[in-house]
Design a protein around this ligand. Sequence first.
Ligand code: KMH
Ligand code: ZN
Length: 310
Amino acid sequence: MARKKVIITCAVTGSVHTPTMSPYLPVTPDEIAEQAIAAARAGASILHLHARDAQNGRPSADPAVFMQFLPRIKQASDAVINISTGGSSVMTLDDRLAAALRAEPEMCSLNMGSMNFGLYPALDRYSEWQHEWEPQLLEATRSSIFQNTFADIENILMRLGQGCGTRFEFECYDVGHLYTLAHFRDRGLVTGPLFIQFVFGVLGGIGADPENLTHMKRIADKLFGDSYRFSVLAAGRHQMPMITMAAAMGGNVRVGLEDSLMLGPGELAKSNADQVKRIRAVLEALALDAATPAEARAMLDLKGGDRVAF
Ligand code: KMH
Ligand code: ZN
């Protein structure tokens, strides 16, 4: 019997962590490209990408910065490129969409509800910061809202989905987000196969407890039947345990320094590829195979790497 294929997404840099937290966090376009390409070589079939200001590492929404690494990654790898539309919770929606509208990628993330997104507890873990913006951004999340209204979601579905043929990594941070996704399915604005990313352990979202994964899957099964595939990401130390559970339950997995800077307890990951290799070893032990980019494209009905604008 053929072994089941698991899509490994690697979220290379994100906007949650800051340069002080790890010397291995990729910041410049060169670093982002190099780590993304290495992650793909290690077995990631989807690369979830954010950009940063090369000078100071601050999250950037500038399409020109994205265009410094997207073509390079595409030339060196066949992996599916997935551009964040979440950006950072302190960016406007127009800023968050600018790079994706410029690049028309095969995939984008789409966050399924407005919520608190608390990064400020990390303020207590460091006494000195490399850049002034780092503690300021973390502090701002005490009072900012990660806004993803119904109108915002519809806007993204129309402009990127219908406008560019982009399909989505639907990021669901709580059970209610699954019902919001079902609402858009009922209105005919999204169609299967849906790729649903269950997000655990963000302060403001559902906690990283195994019971919550079984519950999210139970409700997703009820709402979407066989018209969806799930993947799991979990923040910080919960990353590997929760994604291992996801793989054992028939799901897909997301790794990457966006979600966790660690490889294991007390050990910083030296690269994104290290985390990809670690989950591949887990998959091997579970008699599962990593999906190739071509297999991921077929599983998620993507438009193809030749139909993007970079
Ligand atoms: N950092 C993740 C928890 C996005 O880029 O759209 C959420 C995320 C959002 O990946
Ligand atoms: Zn992201």
